[in-house]
Design a binder for this molecule. Structure first.
Ligand SMILES: Cc1cc2nc3c(=O)[nH]c(=O)nc-3n(C[C@H](O)[C@H](O)[C@H](O)COP(=O)(O)OP(=O)(O)OC[C@H]3O[C@@H](n4cnc5c(N)ncnc54)[C@H](O)[C@@H]3O)c2cc1C
Length: 440
């Protein structure tokens, strides 16, 4: 069947199966050149193997929950959204969440996803107690910080290349309500944006929408959204009696792909200007429901069709703190000069990262979507160069087109990752189109 990641680029004719049992999963693994696929929310080809893609969606049972510690044991195909639906009413939320709830537990562990709280709490791996991984011989090995530590550490952020995650134990976060106390802070330029992030290091959640087409004095102007889980005391009387009840948003759906010509620079520039002006009106504090704060894009189902039939690519890098300002400036100038801005330019402050091969490092991460075209591919190579010059690295869950040379140059940990794959006999068994392209 035709298979791609969320960006719909690249697309492959790939062999696909969706086993229901460990035995049938074992048979697929024995065939080799296999990659586990969660819900296909990685943008590129990390969850695609032409010869053997194994969808984990049928491993979707929750197994146990400890109401004292918040530890949930569940199969890898359980969706983040299902965890929230099952546990928010009992006062528990995901400890770390990406910008969509349509991801699986296995996908969150394999990419060691970061959320808007990375500067405070680190990645999803920090809340993962143990993982059951099916190895190249089909045996399932439990690994944690105490047992089979090596496998555990490489599996967090290992992009499915250490084996198939079958189930895991993760710790949820206690919350008193389903509401987020949001403070929206508009900034006039990049300097102000970075200063505002640095001044708010103790804010649990922070994320900025950055206007990537503004130039000159306005370069890097942003709307920063800080957030805290609201306590019951902070709710108004009408919400106190049922603090987890938030009115579900109506979901819209992109019915088809519009012509790519619609997504041109002028359209994006006007959108960005209006979005910023609208944000200025909403500046200040207010209560926002969890779904709107964490998952605004999920309100439009299939929004990945908006970029047209050729699909789109995301560029996401992280720059170390010392070079962040200059590096971001250079990236934004290149994007603005190319007139190829994105609707979805997101800036986050990342903190320390404890795992072996995960993406984050202390600094700033910029993520942007671009409709696929030859100009986009050229621009993205230019952005790669700027990132390399400033000592940054790239997020594999968003990559669909980087060269092996760029990855190996940007991340000295790559060699250790590949060595581990060789030593453990994983390299011929677990492969994705991305791992082949990047020589992992
Ligand atoms: C709108 C949107 C917003 C996003 N925001 C963020 C964000 O804020 N932060 C962030 O970190 N990421 C973000 N992402 C990326 C997303 O969180 C990751 O790509 C995540 O891995 C997707 O999970 P999935 O279940 O769809 O996995 P897939 O896309 O199917 O797979 C992703 C990787 O995980 C591996 N994998 C999946 N399941 C298993 C398994 N059971 N065993 C072993 N390996 C497995 C795959 O092999 C692949 O390498 C975003 C994505 C979208 C579409």
């Amino acid at each position: 069947m035709k298979l791609s990641g969320w960006g719909r680029f690249p697309t492959y004719e790939a062999r696909f199966s969706a086993p229901r049992t460990e035995d049938s999963l074992r048979e697929r693994v024995a065939e080799g050149r296999v990659i586990a696929r969660g819900n296909g929310r990685a943008y590129g080809d990390s969850a695609v193997s032409i010869s053997n893609t194994v969808h984990m969606g049928r491993f979707n049972r929750m197994i146990s929950f400890d109401g004292e510690t918040g530890q949930l044991v569940a199969e890898a195909g359980v969706l983040a959204g299902d965890i929230i639906s099952s546990f928010l009413l009992r006062g528990w939320f995901l400890p770390v969440t990406p910008g969509t709830k349509f991801v699986t537990l296995g996908g969150m562990i394999a990419a060691d996803v970061h959320g808007k709280n990375h500067h405070c709490d680190g990645g999803f791996g920090n809340f993962t107690d143990w993982v059951d991984v099916m190895g190249p011989d089909g045996a399932i090995i439990r690994c944690s910080r105490e047992e089979n530590t090596n496998l555990f550490c490489w599996t967090l952020g290992g992009m499915g290349l250490t084996g198939v995650i079958v189930r895991a134990a993760v710790r949820l976060r206690p919350v008193e309500s389903g509401w987020i106390r949001q403070k929206m802070v508009p900034t006039a330029n990049l300097g102000e944006t970075i200063d505002a992030f640095e001044a708010a290091q103790d804010s649990t959640y922070s994320v900025a929408w950055i206007d990537c087409l503004s130039k000159g004095d306005r370069l890097g102007r942003s709307l920063i959204m800080f957030g805290e889980h609201a306590t019951v005391d902070e709710l108004d009387e009408s919400r106190k009696s049922n603090p987890f009840k938030c009115i579900p948003k109506r979901k819209l759906s992109m019915p088809l792909s519009p012509p790519a010509a619609l997504m041109n620079g002028t359209f994006v520039r006007v959108f960005n200007a209006l979005y910023y002006r609208n944000g200025l009106r909403k500046a200040g504090e207010g209560l926002v429901d969890w779904d709107s704060y964490f998952y605004p894009l999920d309100a439009i189902l299939n929004w990945n069709r908006i970029y047209g039939r050729k699909g789109f690519a995301q560029f996401q890098c992280v720059l170390p703190l010392e070079t962040s300002h200059l590096g971001l400036q250079a990236l934004l100038e290149a994007i603005s000069a190319a007139g190829a801005g994105s609707f979805l330019a997101v800036l986050k402050r990342l903190g320390e990262q404890s795992s072996r091969f995960s993406f984050p490092m202390p600094g700033y991460t910029l993520a942007l979507d671009f409709p696929m075209s030859s100009q986009t591919l050229q621009l993205m190579e230019q952005l790669d160069e700027i990132t390399l010059e400033h000592g940054g690295r790239f997020y594999l869950a968003k990559d669909s087109r980087m060269s092996a040379e760029t990855l190996w140059q940007s991340d000295t940990r790559t060699e250790g990752f590949v060595q581990m794959r060789d030593d453990m006999g994983l390299r011929t068994i677990f492969t994705s189109e991305q791992s082949q392209r990047l020589q992992l």
